[in-house]
Design a binder for this molecule. Sequence first.
Ligand code: ZN
Length: 122
Amino acid sequence: MYPASFDANEKVVRVNVSQRMERERDEAREALENYKAESIHTCHEQCQRPMCVLRRERDKAREDATNYYAKIGELTDSFLFLQREAFEMREAIIATLEENRHLADGDDCTLAKLKSAVPGWK
Ligand SMILES: [Zn+2]
């Protein structure tokens, strides 16, 4: 039972103070946990501190991304080289067919294999 002098306003004030103290307690706990996590310690490859686990995962992801970008660069270079080589071969085949049109006169002619490499050539 509340004392006779207790009124609704005082109850609101007590609730507010209580909530503020709980919030400050929670903030202090979080700050302490952060301090513990960030403090210097003997770290190693199997360290299970969340910050250390995350740091290793981040480093591994960065390394993987760097390797993937390098691989994409290599593959792009290979693709461009092969594309250029295919273009030059096609040009050489067409030039050969043009220069030897008299030998490219049927489906079983001397240049049939070259003709089949450039189906659109006439
Ligand atoms: Zn650690």
